[in-house]
Design a protein around this ligand. Structure first.
Ligand code: ZN
Length: 471
């Protein structure tokens, strides 16, 4: 599901597409420390689909592994990727320091007991340091931003074109045209594809025509429900709930993507005068940077967001919004009374400021926790979101879950399975081969059934480290 990484190899060139972190149970961290069996010194280029850690989080290792070539991505990704990698290096250092003095993040579901099949929920080894700030900075010097839609030669016989994937600002599907002897093969990497319409991003297009599509399958196993409810109305009901009960809702979120969707949603409510008396705290400096990045690329935003800009409003700012820049500010807000909303990471509730907010909220009847998107199987977020968690331990405090937990649907950063199929065949021609990656096995099986029904005849579900011959 995580740890995206694909090597494209021809007689003359080698290109790596994505090099992400494995996430989930602590045992996944050990997989990160073991680099795949690739001669990184012989890579001609690296391509990054988007700046989410499960697609880019191991890229900081590249200089140590011997890679000193160029890294291609979209222009917005080129701006934020160095920030994400530096912050990831910093976090790795903090985690080791915390591990050594026993102050590391602690988020365990005690009742029901965790599923052993998902790996031990607690780390019993020192967290690995994959790279340091200096490595991230060295890599950053070789990052090249390529405009959407423009062809660019990136390796002998391989050229690249990036297409808007509508998932987060700067996200791309990566088209590689590979000349191999007398043949020419077009390979398209979907990256993470966003829903057909998002609140703050411009509508994305369909898959470019390709011979081979390497496609994410995150949502393959999810049932296709009724059309998503009106998300603005759902957000408004959370606001009304907070105001009526003078209580604070915690929204676990991710800095790049989810946080912009939510802040934009609240900005729209504020503009309509529906946020009166409710303070929104954005507990994520990275989310503030991502919103600034959106503002530097207004052409990539939705017509509604652009209309707000034209009218003199920011789609990501409003008078009731308070960014929190430090841990000190964050601790001050934690456990506060009164009508408020706290957006804090991580979205999986495994680390980050959300933990001290949850620690002071989850054991109280007045607590309110609202999940708004995908939750990683096996995470505390999943157990809470599904209403299964009865007792948890957060930063050493054992707590009975008494807070109200709500889940807002209709706001996924990922296209659902049906939208993925529409994306795939939208240009009119199904590709010769669809390779399903980036999804757990039930998701890949579900997606295979659906893409076959949509007209794909050849579908592959390769195992980790498997090699596919394309020509
Ligand atoms: Zn993503």
């Amino acid at each position: 599901m995580t740890g995206s990484c694909t090597l494209v190899e021809t007689e003359h060139a080698r290109v790596l597409v994505d090099f992400g972190l494995f996430q989930g149970a602590p045992s996944q961290e050990l997989r990160n420390a073991k680099a795949p069996a690739i001669d990184f010194r012989r890579l001609n280029a690296v391509v990054c689909t988007h700046a989410h850690i499960d697609h880019c989080g191991r890229m900081g290792m590249l200089p140590r592994l011997g890679f000193d070539g160029l890294l291609f991505c979209t222009e917005p990704t080129a701006e934020i990727l160095p920030v994400v990698l530096r912050s990831s290096a910093n976090l790795q250092k903090v985690r080791v320091d915390e591990w050594r003095d026993g102050t590391g993040p602690d988020a365990v579901v005690l009742d029901p007991a965790p599923d052993p099949a998902l790996g031990a929920p607690e780390r019993d080894f020192e967290p690995p340091v994959l790279y340091q700030k200096g490595d991230a900075e060295r890599l950053a010097r070789g990052i090249v931003g390529v405009p959407y839609g423009a062809w660019r030669d990136i390796a002998p016989g391989i050229r690249l074109r990036l297409h808007d994937a509508g998932h987060v600002i700067g996200s791309a599907s990566v088209e590689l045209e590979i000349v191999h002897g007398a043949s020419r093969v077009r390979v398209l990497f979907s990256g993470d594809v966003g829903p057909a319409v998002d609140g703050y991003l411009r509508p994305r297009g369909h898959a470019a025509e390709a011979d081979v599509v390497i496609m994410e399958s995150t949502t393959g196993a999810r049932p296709l429900g009724p059309p998503p409810p009106d998300f603005q109305a759902a957000l408004r009901s959370v606001v009304d709930d907070c105001r009526a009960g003078a209580r604070t809702a915690l929204l676990p979120t991710f800095s790049v993507g989810r946080a912009q969707v939510l802040v934009h949603g609240f900005a729209r409510l504020a503009q309509e005068g529906l946020l009166e008396g409710v303070t929104v705290y954005l507990d994520s400096p990275m989310a503030i940077r991502a919103a600034e990045l959106c503002m530097r690329h207004p052409g990539l935003l939705s017509p509604a967001a652009r209309a707000m800009i034209d009218a003199g409003h920011s789609p990501f700012e409003f008078p009731g919004l308070h960014p929190l820049w430090s841990r000190k500010q964050s601790l001050k807000v934690a456990g506060r009374d009164g009508a408020g909303i706290v957006l804090a990471g991580s979205g999986f509730c495994d680390a980050g400021p959300i933990l001290h907010h949850l620690e002071l909220s989850v054991g109280h009847d007045r607590g309110l926790v609202v999940f708004t998107g995908y939750v990683l199987p096996g995470s505390m977020a999943e157990a809470l979101a599904e209403g299964r968690a009865r007792r948890v331990r957060i930063n050493g405090s054992e707590l009975d879950v008494r807070a109200t937990v709500r889940r807002l649907h209709g706001l996924s950063g990922h296209a659902d399975a049906e939208q993925m199929c529409e994306w795939l065949v939208g240009s009119g021609k199904a590709p010769g081969l669809v390779v399903l990656n980036h999804g757990d096995e039930p998701a890949r099986e579900g997606m295979e059934r659906r893409v076959r029904a949509a007209g794909a005849t050849e579908v592959a579900r390769p195992a980790l480290n498997a090699t596919l011959a394309l020509a």
